[in-house]
Design a protein around this ligand. Structure first.
Ligand SMILES: [Zn+2]
Length: 356
């Protein structure tokens, strides 16, 4: 989710890419402002969410830019080295981990992880029998159940990739048969404490454990997934390049799926708070849910658009088409999206296209 600077070199043992995030380029934008965006969320959701530069706040916390998070992590590391010039690199790393992965922050991430996992399981359980059979539900929930959230300390938990302490992002990977884990970059912990963003991020990563490509690697195929995938392609949420091969390295299906599942989860959270927050607070919570999906540097050059749909598609077509998000924003049910998304009459789901 949040930008992961070292994205490109994490691969699953079987060669498939993990559920990782696009590398993001540093931004040189102005510091935080508190100007409320005047954009109409029903037609310009991307602008409403992404237009404001710098830190954004909702009642649960803030989302800072990827660059701010990385800078804070590097500053912390520099501070440790200056204060203790004689430290061995491993000792300095241990101190950095203690400074970043504090009990308060890790507890917050763990509770968002638990909540997201529970909501994903409930979402699967709520699907009617024609969508998922009892066996399919057991299988999907079993996958989710086995995903571990692996956080330092100790620093040695990430000894195979110490760069992660100063990077943004979270990623999922299958380590070996039946063992799956999610890791979280230190810079992400420093940049984000919005509960809504944590929930979206962790739900997205968790969803990778049951994404279509992960199931394919396990030699499983589900008719409901085929329907959802066909809908995402029909609505051009998943780009259909001439060379598209399902689940190949340049395929966007699993990322679109993970976003789509994460939206189901965060929509529940937003709905829950919709009676406690006023309208402005609720819009801020909506914004922070997917705030880090914004293109953070105007230029698309360094954004990874091979695996991920564009930020605009992720925010407007996947996030913004969810009925609850639209209801919260006061938008009509029908979705008058521009350009290639014209004619999107209803959000994709597991039953769309099913014979009545
Ligand atoms: Zn992903």
């Amino acid at each position: 989710m949040a930008g992961l600077g070292l994205a490109a070199h994490h691969f699953l043992w079987d060669g498939r890419r993990p559920g990782q995030v696009p590398p993001r380029v540093p931004t040189t934008r102005s510091p935080a402002s508190t100007v409320e965006s005047p954009q109409d969320p029903c037609h310009q959701l991307y602008r409403m969410i992404c237009q404001q530069s710098g830190t954004t706040r909702d009642p649960s916390g803030t989302v800072r830019t990827d660059r701010d998070g990385e800078q804070a992590a590097l500053d912390a590391y520099r501070g440790i080295l200056e204060e203790h010039p004689g430290l061995e690199p491993e000792q300095a790393e241990e101190q950095l981990v203690d400074a970043i992965y504090t009990p308060r922050r890790t507890q917050r991430v763990r509770s968002a992880f638990d909540w997201a996992k529970d909501q994903l399981e409930k979402f699967i359980d709520r699907q009617p029998e024609p969508v998922f059979s009892a066996r399919e539900k057991r299988l999907l929930k079993g996958q989710l159940h086995h995903v571990e959230l692996q956080l330092p300390p100790p620093a040695s938990n990430y000894e195979d990739e110490p760069d992660l302490f100063t990077k943004n992002g979270a990623y999922y990977e299958r380590v070996d048969e039946g063992r799956m884990r999610i890791r979280i970059g230190g810079a992400y912990l420093l940049s984000t404490d919005s509960w809504f963003n944590l929930v979206f991020t962790l739900a997205h990563e968790l969803a990778h454990s049951i994404d279509p490509c992960e199931l394919r690697a396990l030699h499983l195929s589900l008719p409901a997934y085929d329907r959802l995938g066909a809908c995402l392609m029909q609505q051009r949420v998943v780009e259909l390049g001439r060379e598209r091969h399902e689940c190949a390295d340049n395929d966007q299906l699993s990322e679109a799926f993970a976003d789509w599942m994460a939206v189901q989860v965060v929509a529940k959270g937003l709905k829950h708070f919709s009676t406690e927050f006023d309208r402005t607070q609720l819009r801020h919570a909506v914004r922070n849910s997917v705030r880090d999906l914004c293109d953070q540097d105007e230029s698309l050059e360094e954004l990874d658009l091979t695996q991920h749909p564009s930020p605009e598609v992720r925010i407007e077509a996947i996030f913004g088409s969810h009925p609850v998000i639209r209801e919260i924003l006061g938008c009509p049910k029908l979705i008058p999206l521009p350009g290639p998304l014209l004619g999107l009459d209803r959000a994709c789901d597991f039953s769309k296209g099913m014979n009545p």
